[in-house]
Structure formats: C-alpha cells, structure tokens
Design a protein around this ligand. Structure first.
Ligand code: ADP
Length: 261
C-alpha cells in the first residue's frame, strides 16, 4: 500500500510517500512554506508523488501534520508532530528512545516507548533561541547561508562566547564581535554551541534515554549535532534526510489507520 505524509512546518512543507509493505520511502519533497501553507503542503505532496513516479489515485491515505495540518486540503487524518516524529523515528530505528526535533520555530524532545509511541515530551515554542529561525537570522548577520554555517563553525579552533540568547540581542552581539575582529568561524561555532546548549537544556528537563535521534531541518547542521552530543554526553544518530522523519511518520500512521479502518 502507498500512503503519504505531509508535514506543513512553519518554514518548510515536507511530504513523504511510503510503500508500507516494505516500509520504504519512495518519494519526498520539501518546499518553503511561505505565506500560503495549504498551497505549499499541496505542492510538496505533488512533487513527492512525481519523485515516486506515482499518481494521487494510487495513494490509499494521506495524513497531515505540522503547524499547518488543519488547513491542508485532502488529508484523511490530522495528527500532531509529536506522534508523527515518534512513529517516524521508530520506523527508521526501533531502538530509539529519545527524539530531539529542531525545526524552524520550535524545538522538541520526545521520549519514545518500545512500541514507537510518544511517552512524554518537552517543547520550546516561546523563544527563537534553539530553533532554525535563530540560526537563519544569525547566518544572515554573518553573511553566509544557513546551510554553510556548519562548515564555517567546524573550521573554528574555539567557539566565541555568545552570551545573549534573544535573537535581537544576539544579532547585535554578532555584529559587535565581527567589528572587534573575531573570526567568522569562531562566531559561527559560538552560535551553534549556544543553540545546542539551549536544546540540551530543554532535553535535560525530560531526561535523555539512549538511543537518541536528532531530526528536523537543523539536524542538517553537523556542528549543532556535535555540540549537542557533547552537552548531553550521549551519541546522537542523525538519519539521512532528518527533515523528512515527521512526514515519514505521518505516512506510516496513514498506513496503520487505513489498515485498521
Ligand atoms: P519546520 O518544520 O518548522 O518548517 P524544519 O524542520 O523544516 O522546520 O527546519 C527548518 C530549519 O532547518 C531552517 O530554519 C534552517 O535553520 C534549517 N536548515 C534547513 N536546511 C538546512 C541545511 N541544509 N543546513 C543547515 N540547516 C538547515
């Protein structure tokens, strides 16, 4: 059976097509959410179908998740990101007991039970520190793309100390450090370490049980993974396509619910 999961996130809409018989993702797509989340989610789904080379009629069920899940047209069910993240991570690695998801505008730590269902979670959606948006603003202040920040950070011998976590003040701090001649690599490393520290604090409130999987778009930043692993004193598994894990979990839930109905 083929099913689809569409994760309409705050910054990016992701879709995954799952062949549930073999538990393999056969297509995926990611598009910026922009100002029309419903249209972006639909576009991500169309692009994922094209990548999988299947038509919409071949999809048995669609689950929508993410902050725009209520407005995605054509979804059979709407499920929280917490449940989808847990199911998606469990599909990729059944030994995972903690999922850390760093997205565009929030970060989450989720305890996952042995069957792949969420047992508990902690959420930061109040403050941009520890999210992708923070890193986007800071990369811009440094004059590099958000996808280049980790390469730059990993060149640093030691990270600069970033004392402010509020985005507005941290941006002024980056400008001030640059003006004092601190190397961009050290500032980039400092920003990645500060972000990781913030997420580690959140995960610490929940308790981090191994195995730990890091997902979400920010998991593509290898420096964050390294600093977070150091801060939590635990190994982090980062799957290929970490930004698609929630959409994959949504597609799995679509298959499970379709079979049960
Ligand atoms: P959401 O679901 O909230 O839209 P995502 O999980 O898609 O968020 O993550 C979006 C964030 O991922 C962006 O804000 C950006 O910081 C980060 N990101 C996306 N692509 C990359 C990349 N290639 N390298 C580093 N970070 C990235």
């Amino acid at each position: 059976m083929l099913t689809a999961g569409v994760d309409v996130g705050s910054l990016a809409a992701k879709a995954a097509i799952l062949d549930s018989e073999v538990a393999v993702v056969v297509g995926g797509a990611c598009v910026p959410t922009g100002s029309d989340p419903a249209a972006s989610g639909s576009r991500a789904l169309q692009e994922a179908l094209a990548e999988a080379d299947v038509s919409g009629e071949e999809i048995a069920a669609v689950v929508a998740t993410g902050y725009g899940r209520e407005i995605l047209p054509g979804a059979h069910w709407r499920v929280t990101e917490i449940s989808c993240a847990a199911r998606g991570a469990h599909l990729l690695d059944p030994q995972v007991r903690t999922v850390i998801d760093i997205g565009g505008q929030d970060s989450k730590a989720i305890r996952v039970d042995a069957d792949g269902f969420p047992a508990d979670f902690a959420l930061n959606d109040r403050c941009a520190a520890g999210t992708g948006r923070f890193l986007e603003v800071m990369s811009e202040a440094l004059g590099v793309g958000v996808d280049e920040l980790d390469d730059l950070a990993l060149e640093a011998e030691r990270p600069a100390i970033i004392t402010r976590t509020c985005t507005v003040f941290a941006e002024s701090e980056v400008v001030g450090l640059t003006a004092r001649g601190v190397a961009p690599a050290e500032i980039a490393a400092g920003l990645c370490r500060a972000t990781a520290a913030r997420v580690a604090q959140l995960a610490g409130t929940l308790g981090v049980e191994p195995r730990v999987m890091l997902i979400g778009g920010v998991a593509l930043n290898r420096a964050i993974g390294r600093y977070l692993s150091e801060a939590l004193s635990v190994e982090l598994a980062v799957p290929d396509g970490p930004q698609f894990v929630v959409a994959t979990g949504a597609a799995l839930i679509a298959a499970e619910r379709q079979l049960a109905s």
